[in-house]
Design a binder for this molecule. Structure first.
Ligand SMILES: [Zn+2]
Length: 412
């Protein structure tokens, strides 16, 4: 089902909205709330939210959803926090607005904000305390101004967007949450900026490739299989893979480990490999190559060993999987997002990324990821900073897009 029935998608409707008294009220709200949004942003980032430990930040967002008066505010069994604007009984598919709760930083990281002029320094300040603050700002704007659009808007703080989380929150939202099947459009708020609209989901598959052997003394047991050598054969084979430029595909042997001392034939060697592509078929191909290269490496090591009775044991374990997908550039969602951005005085750039939108895109549900304004640098590092320049323009853009998608009346 598509939520774009009726007049909501027609360009003049968005034009009328952009020049309506309703949108003027929305714009004024964001200007007046600027300081409060910044303070809430600081509060959010100072609540640590490491992978798999997002519950304190989720509890704060839940408290805010309750204060705003969203319906059915709750935390689901995966840890996502949800609140609905509009009636859950509406027959229209919902619009989901999601921002991820997790940061990449481990427990114990100092997340105290340091202010230098307009700049806010703290790990996770941009990715993604910024998206969360933007989501709360939009939810507060709509509820305080009494805007209840015909199409319900589901606000979601998701867990597990970053690496090890493997999109567990958004996956659970679509696979297990009773509200999941009602989502017809998905918009993720992730990071700063206004011009970037992510319409392509970069898929990835991650594997641990591990070789085990009997191990022994480097002199006394010479001739038995060597897991480190098997791993070397595997890595060598991987380096010959011809990854296509289009559809863009990449692979990285990222982590290696093995051996205990210089005079010991190791018992174990392992590596972690990251495969990425915008096309699922290329990921299939690359995975087949990886599996074959690992088997071949084991066979060659067995063959090369002087003591032919020893064998390496190979295990390949999937440690991450993010599907690829795309929301076409000519889809109503992308067109309306570009239109809303133009109305707010900015150009748009369509790009590709690995975000919460990967899951809805892979399921054929129109989805995009957008920034919520401001500038940043040093994402995923301890030097991360955020500057709220242009943030109000970006929040206006997000609100205009949501009002347009949700079929709000310009006259209301
Ligand atoms: Zn992010």
């Amino acid at each position: 089902m598509s939520p774009w029935t009726g007049s909501a998608i027609e360009e003049p409707a968005l034009g009328r909205l952009a020049t309506s008294p309703l949108f003027a009220r929305v714009s004024r709200f964001f200007d007046e709330a600027a300081t409060a949004v910044t303070e809430e942003h600081v509060t959010l980032v100072e609540i640590p939210s490491p992978p798999f430990k997002e519950q304190n930040r989720a509890a704060f967002v839940l408290k805010r959803f309750r204060e705003f008066g969203l319906s059915n505010p709750h935390i689901d069994d995966e840890g996502n926090v949800l609140g609905l604007l509009g009636s859950p009984d509406s027959i229209s598919p919902f619009i989901a607005v999601a921002a991820h709760l997790d940061s990449v930083f481990p427990e114990g990281t100092d997340v105290t904000v340091r202010r230098e002029g307009r700049r806010l320094y703290a790990p996770g300040i941009a990715d993604n305390a910024c998206g969360l603050a933007g989501m709360l700002a939009v939810a507060r704007c709509f509820t305080e101004l009494g805007i209840v659009p015909p199409v319900p808007i589901l606000f979601v703080g998701t867990v597990g967007e970053e690496g090890p989380g493997d999109l567990r929150g958004v996956r659970a939202l679509f696979e297990r949450n009773p509200l999941g099947p009602g989502i017809g459009t998905f918009i993720a708020f992730d990071g700063p900026g206004i011009e970037r609209i992510t319409t392509q989901a970069l898929g990835s598959r991650r594997f641990e490739v591990k070789f085990n052997g009997p191990g022994g003394h480097s002199w006394a047991n010479f001739g038995i299989v060597n897991p480190v050598q098997a791993l070397g054969r595997f890595i060598h084979a991987m380096s010959f893979y011809k990854a296509p430029v289009a559809p863009r595909t990449a692979y990285t042997v990222a982590v290696i480990e093995g051996g205990v001392s210089v005079n010991t034939i190791p018992r174990m060697a392992r590596c972690e490999v990251d495969l990425r592509s915008v096309a699922e078929s290329e990921l299939d191909r690359l995975e087949i190559y990886l599996q074959a290269a690992a088997r071949q490496a084991a066979v060659e090591e067995d063959r090369a060993a002087r003591l032919s009775e020893t064998r390496v044991e190979l295990t390949v374990t999937a440690i991450g999987r993010r599907p690829s997908g795309e929301t076409p550039a000519d889809s109503p969602l992308v067109q309306m997002a570009r239109e809303a951005t133009r109305f707010c005085g900015h150009r748009t750039v369509l790009d590709c990324g690995s975000t919460d939108s990967n899951i809805p895109m892979s399921r054929g549900i129109p989805a995009i990821t957008i920034g919520v304004g401001g500038a940043c640098a040093g994402c995923h590092t301890l030097d991360e900073w955020y500057d709220p320049v242009n943030r109000e323009t970006s929040l206006r853009r997000a609100a205009l897009l949501l009002l347009g998608l949700a079929g709000a009346e310009a006259s209301s």
